[in-house]
Design a protein around this ligand. Structure first.
Ligand SMILES: Cc1ncc(COP(=O)(O)O)c(C=O)c1O
Length: 337
């Protein structure tokens, strides 16, 4: 509870505001009887379900302890010490952090606005570049790279440059120009797709995600993965969540309706907003004073949004789209400023 007896709402980590799917919860309850047992060496059933869902062969699926594990494995085992990782300055911090933690050089392309401009990346590509990382939709700006731009990037960079597209928020996208990355992956073996159960599937606390990549890359990553890094509850909850189509559809349609509501209301209140394709809204400010004022006003009302300064991005906030009542609270609170 806050000082004013208001229940705080988590709007800082882009989690599903409806909690876990009922089917996943039932699986977790059932499996809680078995947590004294090790999980299988390979989460075979989950892999099979993911291959069927994504219409890709089993050999192209790699299950991981969240996307973080895959980002780390890629930075560590697919990039040599004298090679470079390339990413953007206003994207998910895990890419540059994992480069740093693994002693890999990270080249950062500047974003002059909310969009990830792939032409910029191409111009920074050298014969040392080994991996390109970006998020689509991008975190924190919520913008997307289109199918044509991604295809152009893949056609332009040499085959030995791995293009990692992190699709943590893909289930929220409604824009039809969004890439069909699974199709592109069939044509370009240097494309790696990252997906997670932490966002729309509501399982962030169980650390489960997966990648889609060429058989050769999957083999290298799997060989270097910590043995049994995927826990039993995560594996079984993910299997059940994949079957909870009703929950996923409801989460996605609620999000697109509320995203439009927040965007329009924020715009009317005079905020600078760009259209988001994810489950959050990016709010840039002209200075830190104005940002702090908005942050503190929301915070006092128990609305815990993300001050992007913790990721080294000044003058901006990111607000996770919540349940309808929460979004109205955000707007009511900001109209009082
Ligand atoms: C773009 C992006 N990728 C990955 C993640 C983390 O995924 P996971 O929980 O699967 O490690 C996040 C979390 O905020 C994210 O924004």
């Amino acid at each position: 509870m806050t000082k004013n007896n208001i229940e705080p709402v988590r709007l800082m980590a882009n989690e599903n505001p409806f909690g876990p799917s009922p089917k996943a919860l039932a699986a977790i309850n059932e499996q809680s009887q078995n947590v004294h047992c090790y999980p299988d060496w390979v989460p075979q059933t989950l892999k099979e379900k993911l291959a069927a869902k994504n219409q890709v062969p089993l050999k192209n699926i790699m299950v991981s302890a969240g996307s973080y594990e895959l980002i780390n494995l890629i930075s560590r085992f697919l990039v040599n010490r004298d090679e470079e990782i390339l990413t953007f300055d206003n994207t998910f911090i895990a890419y540059s952090l994992s480069a740093k933690r693994n002693g890999r050089k990270c080249v950062i392309a500047h974003m002059s606005g909310p969009d990830c401009n792939l032409e910029n990346l191409i111009s920074l590509c050298t014969n040392k570049t080994r991996v390109i990382f970006f998020a689509n939709p991008n975190n924190p700006t919520g913008t997307i790279v289109t199918h044509d731009s991604l295809r152009n990037l893949l056609e332009t960079v040499p085959d030995n440059v791995l293009v990692v597209v992190d699709e943590a928020y893909c289930e929220y996208v409604t824009d039809e120009s969004y890439p069909d990355s699974r199709q592109l992956q069939k044509d370009f073996s240097n494309l790696i797709i990252l997906r997670t159960f932490s966002k729309i599937y509501g399982l962030a606390g169980l650390r489960i995600g997966y990648g889609i990549a060429s058989e050769k890359l999957v083999k290298i990553l799997a060989k270097n993965q910590i043995l049994r890094s995927i826990n039993l509850l995560g594996e079984k909850a993910a299997e059940a969540a994949l079957d909870d189509v009703e929950y996923i559809n409801h989460s996605a349609s609620h999000n697109s309706k509320e995203r439009a509501y927040l965007f329009n209301e924020l715009k009317q209140l005079g905020f600078v907003v760009n259209e988001s394709q994810a489950n959050f809204q990016y709010l840039p400010f002209p200075d830190n004073e104005q940002k702090n004022n908005v942050y503190e006003t929301l915070d006092k009302d128990g609305l815990k949004v993300c001050d992007l300064e913790i990721f080294g991005h000044e003058k901006s906030l990111r607000i996770t789209i919540g349940q309808s009542e929460t979004n109205q609270r955000i707007i009511d609170c900001l109209s009082r400023i």
